[in-house]
Design a protein around this ligand. Structure first.
Ligand code: ADP
Ligand code: NI
Length: 217
């Protein structure tokens, strides 16, 4: 099968599997990550096929939406790519990227083992900031019954993935626990550049949010 055909089949597979999601992880999130990844990798010497497959499949079975199960994604991705006759070495690389790119807590250092992983992580993270990031954070919060804002709950810069995974937070706190940190965590120059304005937009939003909370505007 040609790589174009495998990509086209994978798009249909992902669309069907996650299209009804309402937590901010629907097909259009994946689509944007795929487009971001293609944009970032232009001109780089990376395996385009691996990047595209990892971008398209990265949220097929996200742990957050599957009772924190960190093993499901590997199983689904491997079974799917085997059916497409993708070689084992490529399947392993795609699964490895998907496992490496998750955010695991503000104080948890994570290592990425390839430029392909760095590109997919940046592509995913660009969709977690800016106007889209704001929309997704509250969509996610509603889906998981998180409060919008609670002045008695302070942000927690998590020291472990176990702690971060509990998601005992609010939509507003999530900005301080993750979203505002992403700008400085981008790996590639292209993503760093795009992140600047998106970051500023979130800061303006929060400034205005707190002015309204105080009844100032
Ligand atoms: P990652 O694996 O890095 O978390 P995802 O593609 O799964 O990346 O998307 C994360 C998205 O989910 C972010 O855009 C963020 O807004 C949202 N999210 C994750 N955790 C929370 C949370 N506790 N509260 C609000 N939004 C959250
Ligand atoms: Ni994602």
């Amino acid at each position: 099968m040609s790589t174009e055909k495998i990509i086209a089949n994978t798009i249909s597979f992902v669309k069907e599997k996650i299209d009804s999601d309402s937590s901010g992880h629907d097909w259009w999130h994946t689509y944007r990550v795929w487009i971001n990844a293609k944009n970032i990798m232009e001109g780089e010497s990376v395996d385009f096929f691996v990047v595209e497959l990892a971008a398209l499949l990265h949220d097929i079975a996200d742990y957050k939406l599957n009772n924190n199960d960190m093993t499901l994604s590997d199983k689904i991705v491997t079974a799917w790519l085997k059916r497409q006759s993708v070689e084992q070495k490529t399947i392993k690389r795609v699964c490895c990227i998907i496992n490496e790119i998750n955010f695991r807590g503000a104080n948890v250092k994570t290592a990425l083992s390839s430029l392909e992983a760095k590109i997919v992580q940046d592509a995913d993270r660009l969709d977690a900031i800016g106007a889209i990031g704001i929309a997704r954070a509250f969509s996610f919060g509603g889906y998981f019954k998180q409060k919008l804002y609670d002045p008695d709950k302070k942000p927690n810069l998590h020291n472990s993935f176990e702690e971060y995974k509990k998601r005992e937070t609010t939509g507003i706190n999530h900005f301080y626990e993750k979203l505002l940190l992403l700008k400085d965590l981008m790996n590639t120059d292209k993503a760093k550049h795009i992140a600047i304005e998106r970051h500023q937009y979130m800061k303006s939003f929060l400034e205005r949010f707190f002015q309204e909370i105080k009844g100032e505007k």
